[in-house]
Design a protein around this ligand. Structure first.
Ligand code: AMP
Ligand code: ZN
Length: 113
């Protein structure tokens, strides 16, 4: 996707603070952190949102969720963390490349909506 900011980050065309990478998955620090640790985990393949996940591409979700506990361990999130994916306008998704927020490093609030 030519004009996708996360595709550009994955390619290295836009700088990012990388915390994890493998063949399928890239993870970097959110530029506007909402918690002491705020990391975005994205597939290298462009998928617009959770709403675009199908039987054909869902294996990437497993790859992402295999990476998340590894990232949590390296970030020392032993007290716990939250994983969120905003999907579509009602959820205020601002970047149209599938991503999972990892939030942690402090006691988080109970409210999510
Ligand atoms: P969402 O609102 O769920 O689509 O989340 C998009 C996230 O991407 C926001 O938390 C932004 O702060 C973050 N973001 C946008 N541009 C960048 C960037 N260049 N580097 C790191 N994080 C970014
Ligand atoms: Zn993209």
């Amino acid at each position: 996707m030519m004009d996708c900011i996360f595709c550009k980050i994955i390619k290295g065309d836009i700088p990012s603070s990388k915390v994890y990478e493998n063949e399928y998955v890239y993870a970097f620090r959110d530029i506007n952190p909402q918690a002491p640790v705020h990391i975005l985990v994205v597939p290298k393949e462009h998928i617009s949102s959770v709403d675009e996940i199908t039987a054909e591409n869902s294996a990437i979700v497993a790859k992402i969720f295999e990476a998340i506990p590894e990232i949590a361990k390296s970030e020392k999130l032993s007290g716990g963390y939250r994983v969120i994916s905003n999907c579509g306008a009602d959820a205020c998704q601002s970047v149209k490349h599938l991503h999972f927020h990892i939030l942690g490093g402090a006691q988080l609030g109970e409210q999510m909506g």
